[in-house]
Design a protein around this ligand. Structure first.
Ligand code: 13P
Length: 254
């Protein structure tokens, strides 16, 4: 039995206005009040971060951003830096989501810089990794994960590796309704943990590995019961407070 605390994070992507976010959090808070053994985070769009931090203050709900720039400040139109997030008490940040890798050209090298900057600023990072359907079919899943994990963590000091959460999100499972089979998720998580262990066995025991991709209240329990899956990064189902709370409840050890 692992001593890692489960982490359930809801990635809202480009959904919810401030008013919608407020209404969500008021609905969620009483539903997750008792889930003391689980860490939970909501990752709203930038515009709703400050309101969500204020509404969640004093509760067990953390607030994470969905991206940030690695520089402190500068001529980077449209970007947000770590000090801007910590100023408003944001707790963490998702980095390297496959949508940003695919749609915004993010590279492993750039993500490594962001990860180091996030840790320096005191933000909890969630590094996203995962293979496409074509890569899985070609038998390249491990090659892809090795690349993304090793390069993504390249600038993290060994003794801080355990502070990073790594979300295994197979691209073919994101938003498709096709969830990974538990054996596939467990196999990928074991592989990812072994990659961390090659730098530090101790930190590999600490690092939390999440599964993401079509997680629902119905399939969450079987994924969260896996020995090396320590939580979930939830997209669509996190937009509904009841569904998200049900996933949080599935993560609480019996
Ligand atoms: P879905 O849960 O909607 O498949 O999205 C997963 C995801 O991308 C979370 O970051």
């Amino acid at each position: 039995m692992s001593t890692r605390r489960p982490l359930i994070a809801g990635n809202w992507k480009m959904h919810k206005t401030v008013a919608e976010a407020e209404s969500f959090i008021q609905q969620l808070l009483p539903l997750v009040y008792a889930a003391e053994a689980v860490d939970l985070a909501i990752c709203p769009p930038f515009t709703a971060l400050a309101a969500m931090v204020d509404s969640a203050r004093g509760s067990r709900v953390q607030v994470f951003a969905q991206n940030m720039h690695q520089a402190q400040a500068g001529a980077f139109t449209g970007e947000i830096s770590a000090p801007m997030l910590t100023e408003i008490d944001v707790d963490g940040v998702i980095l390297g989501h496959s949508e940003r890798r695919e749609l915004c050209g993010e590279s492993d090298r750039g993500i490594a810089l962001k990860l180091a900057a996030a840790l320096d600023a005191g933000l909890e990072p969630i590094l996203c990794v995962g293979e496409s359907e074509a890569e899985r079919e070609r038998g390249e899943t491990e090659r892809k994960l090795r690349h993304q994990v090793q390069e993504g963590l390249a600038k993290v000091e060994t003794e801080r590796l355990g502070e990073v959460a790594i979300a295994y999100e197979p691209i073919w499972a994101i938003g498709t309704g096709t969830v990974a089979e538990p054996e596939q998720a467990q196999e990928a998580a074991v592989f990812i943990r072994a990659l961390v262990a090659s730098r530090s066995p101790e930190q590999a025991g600490r690092v939390r590995i999440l599964y993401g991709g079509s997680v629902t209240p119905e399939n969450a329990a079987s994924l969260l019961a896996l020995a090396d899956i320590d939580g979930a990064l939830v997209g669509g189902a996190s937009l509904d407070a009841r569904a998200f709370a049900a996933i949080v409840a599935a993560a609480a050890p019996a």
